[in-house]
Design a protein around this ligand. Sequence first.
Ligand code: FE2
Length: 130
Amino acid sequence: MTWKDSFALGIPQIDKQHKELCDQIDKLYEAGSKGKGAGEVMNILNFLESYTIRHFADEEKLQQEIRYPKYAQHKAKHDEFVRKIAQMKKEATENGVNIALVIKLNQMVSEWLIGHIKAADSDYAKYYKG
Ligand SMILES: [Fe+2]
C-alpha cells in the first residue's frame, strides 16, 4: 500500500509508524504475489501483528496524555483490528498461505488502515494540535 502525503497527521512519530505499516503491507503483498512461500508470508504477518500492537499502544498513550475524549472508542477500534489480524493468522495457519488469502489480507488491512487514518486518527490529531 503506497503512502500518500494526504495520510499525514502532522505528528511525526505517528506518521513514521504509519509509513512503516504501509511498507510492511507492501512487503506482505509482494511476498504473496511472488510466491515466496508460506514461511516468508507468515514472518511478515507476525511482524505486522507485533508492530501494529506497538503502534496502537503508542497512539493510545498519546491520547491518554492529551485526555482525548474519544479514547475508549478509538481503543475499541484498535482492539477490533488486532482481533482481525489474529483471525487472519489463524486462517493462514489452518488453511495454508495462498494468493487468495494474501489478496484478501492485503485488501482488508489497506482498507482498514486508510479508513482509520482518515477518520479516527485525523480526529485525535486535530484534538492533539488543538
Ligand atoms: Fe488509531
